[in-house]
Ligand binder design. Structure first.
Ligand SMILES: CC(C)(COP(=O)(O)OP(=O)(O)OC[C@H]1O[C@@H](n2cnc3c(N)ncnc32)[C@H](O)[C@@H]1OP(=O)(O)O)[C@@H](O)C(=O)NCCC(=O)NCCS
Length: 182
């Protein structure tokens, strides 16, 4: 594998690029402050915009490492950052990684994450050299599972009682995988 970091990727409607400090307001407004958007994510919502700003600054620092893949999803038509897509875990020996994503609820239902995920998988397979990409979703988060299926990933397994939601209830995770040679 050849780690090359978070380079920009352009698709029809999106530019995937590194986060910048000036993305703070878009991130806070579009997803980091919204409890409904973050329903199935383990973090947030951010109590104020300074929390979001600090998070972005730490991401910007992390870009110094070539094995960090963390894109802001910039919607060209709206000139706004509407979400993020990133590699959350990586295993160099297996040449595998886990991808996660999130966009604000005003942008749901337009296959924007699908467009981003397809582009990111292409980058990770063909530019970086991963051989296996996987993603996991709370079994209640059906929309996320649909994104994985539409991106050509295959259901692998369900991890039972993987963690607890904010309300204390236990959740299961469905895991989807795509191999380089699929
Ligand atoms: C999950 C998420 C990425 C989906 O993005 P999106 O842009 O709405 O995805 P799509 O436009 O491709 O649509 C999703 C699909 O799910 C379906 N769907 C949405 N909500 C649904 C529900 N409650 N029940 C059943 N299907 C649902 C849609 O009909 C669509 O299916 P189709 O293409 O077969 O018609 C987006 O909602 C999001 O970012 N959520 C917040 C963060 C998050 O949960 N991230 C994933 C963590 S694993």
């Amino acid at each position: 594998m050849k780690h090359i970091g978070t380079n920009s990727i352009e698709t029809m409607r999106l530019i995937l690029r590194k986060f910048r400090p000036e993305d703070t307001f878009d991130m806070y407004k579009n997803w980091a402050s919204d409890i409904e958007t973050l329903r199935y994510l383990p973090w947030g919502p951010h109590s104020d915009v300074n929390v979001t700003h600090r998070r972005i600054l730490s991401w910007v620092d992390n870009y110094e490492q070539a094995n960090v893949y963390n894109w802001a999803i910039y919607l060209k038509s709206d000139r706004q950052v509407i979400g993020s897509i990133s590699v959350e875990m990586t295993n160099n020996k297996e040449k595998s990684c886990e991808v996660g994503y999130c966009i604000g609820k005003s942008y749901w239902g337009r296959e924007l994450v699908l467009e981003a995920l397809r582009a990111v998988m292409h980058y990770l397979f063909y530019e970086v050299g991963y051989r296996k990409i996987f993603a996991k979703h709370d079994t209640y988060n059906i929309a996320s599972g649909r994104v994985m299926q539409k991106a050509g990933m295959h259901y692998e397994k369900t991890i039972v009682d993987a963690g607890r939601r904010r309300d204390g209830s236990l959740y299961n995770l469905d895991m989807y995988v795509k191999y380089y040679y699929d």
